[in-house]
Ligand binder design. Structure first.
Ligand SMILES: Nc1ncnc2c1ncn2[C@@H]1O[C@H](COP(=O)(O)OP(=O)(O)OP(=O)(O)O)[C@@H](O)[C@H]1O
Ligand SMILES: [Mg+2]
Length: 346
């Protein structure tokens, strides 16, 4: 039997995920035939591909249906990194726009990033979203902090609030009708630790973006984990961002590491839309004096370095902490946040 005949037979076998023939996808290699036995290598996109058994079984069924073939040996191989990315690019180009791609219209996607952890990214993401929603905008939040999600807690959303259907994932809704997607809404217990590996984190972020029924949104805010982690890079690579809001605090270390994050964003050709210095000062309720308890502000210097016109300073106040802890962030209104959102709307 000729190699071409065997390939023609194997064209009937599809990769169940990519829904294309394993031959067209370039997964069938080193085909040989001798004494009624077919041998070939099935090059997988990922070495432990869960679909491999099914593809092998389908291939065996197709081949063994021939009178001339009485044995099939399949050797599992792996595609190189370059081959995998070429394959996915081809599949992306060929595929028709999905139902979701037709339903979702997201006007501005804004990622909230920092150099250092714990500077208030998630709180600020929540406040920006709440402010935009109060101004009548349609708003969503994608919690890209997969292993340390905190958005649902800030809005008092219980775990398990995401629903899925054939069409895609339905986001949870806050009181102010902000659409939220977060791993914390997938898990049954709120404090179940999520120990995930990098590739899974990237895949989850992509799914949150691609497989969610976001509908029509004016703003989608993306809350990132701290620093220039893989998750941040996944978001920068895969989401069509309008730009990034950078959060820092007055401490020297925070100001230093935020510069690294700014460089990364600029290197990837995204604009920095604004710099927010959180916990910038404490307004003393007794005297009205502003105390710079974490040291003098660096925000102007950072904004100049990043060439950004929009910068803001947020106070450290017990109200912010209290609203974050109580899950009532939506009822907190801060002028500085409203000012930023007005600029983003323009
Ligand atoms: N300006 C502020 N005044 C008072 N408390 C604040 C302020 N900003 C943030 N907080 C408190 O600090 C906590 C931590 O902030 P948040 O979770 O937003 O930081 P983060 O940068 O997202 O952290 P991580 O890097 O872990 O994701 C919040 O729960 C909130 O209670
Ligand atoms: Mg956070």
């Amino acid at each position: 039997m000729e190699t071409q005949q065997i390939l023609d037979l194997l064209k009937q076998v599809n990769d169940p995920e990519l829904k294309e023939s394993i031959v067209e996808l370039g997964m069938v290699r080193d085909v040989a035939f001798a004494d009624g036995k077919v041998t070939f290598t099935l090059a997988l996109t990922i070495p432990g591909c869960p679909m491999k058994e099914r593809m092998a079984a389908d291939a065996r069924a197709v081949l063994l249906a021939q009178d001339t073939i009485n044995e099939v040996e399949i050797i599992y191989g792996a595609m190189s990194k370059d081959e995998v990315s070429a394959l996915f690019n081809k599949v992306k180009k060929d595929s028709k726009p999905s139902f979701l791609a037709q339903m979702n219209r997201v006007d501005k996607i804004i990622a909230v990033m920092s150099g250092k952890g714990g500077v208030g990214k998630s709180s600020i993401t929540g406040m920006l979203a709440s402010s935009a929603a109060r101004m009548g905008k349609k708003v969503g939040i994608l919690d890209a902090d997969i292993t340390g999600p905190s958005i649902p807690k800030l809005f008092g959303l219980p775990p398990g609030g995401l629903r899925g259907g054939d069409a895609g994932m339905m986001p949870a809704l806050t009181r102010g009708r902000i659409k939220v997607v977060s791993t914390n809404l997938l898990l049954k217990e709120e404090d179940t630790p999520t120990v995930w590996r990098g590739p899974l984190i990237a895949a989850t972020i992509r799914q949150f973006w691609e497989k969610t029924l976001w509908g029509k949104l004016d703003f989608l805010f993306v809350d990132l984990p701290p620093g220039t982690s893989d998750a941040a890079i996944t978001v920068l690579r895969n989401l069509p961002l309008s730009g990034v809001i950078m959060v820092t605090t007055p401490q020297d270390l925070s100001a230093l590491v935020v510069k690294k994050a700014i460089h990364m964003v600029q290197q990837m050709n995204y604009p920095i839309l604004g710099i927010v210095e959180n916990m910038s000062y404490y307004p003393c309720p007794d005297t009205g004096n502003l105390h710079e308890i974490f040291g003098p502000s660096h925000v102007d210097q950072i904004a100049e370095m990043a060439n950004v016109a929009l910068s803001a300073r947020l106070p450290i106040t017990p109200e912010i902490t209290a609203h974050c802890d109580a899950g009532t962030l939506e009822s907190l209104q801060l002028d500085a946040i409203d000012q930023i959102v007005k600029q983003l709307i323009q």
